[in-house]
Design a protein. Structure first.
Length: 84
């Protein structure tokens, strides 16, 4: 968890443009995704936070995401991800 949090923060600050992918094998990370959604719903983070990471349900989704991945402005726009 510490490493994932660190990578998300690095991406928010523009230090990292690499994709962050969570492989949700057998729904293992469902609760983490629910937690992230609660953070957004409670306005502790902007909905654009969802664009910082990708939750894949299968290895095939991971490969497809990587094939099409392009860093976007939101990946490095730290003001776009904070709640207002």
């Amino acid at each position: 968890m510490e490493e994932l949090s660190e990578m998300i923060v690095q991406k928010q600050l523009g230090y990292n443009k690499k994709p962050i992918i969570i492989l949700n094998t057998n729904g293992f990370y469902n609760k983490l995704n629910e937690f992230f959604e609660e953070i957004i719903e409670q306005k502790f983070a902007n909905k654009n936070m969802r664009k910082i990471y990708f939750i894949a349900q299968s290895p095939t989704e991971v490969i497809e995401y990587l094939k099409n991945y392009e860093p976007s402005v939101l990946d490095v726009d730290k003001n776009a991800i904070y709640a207002r």
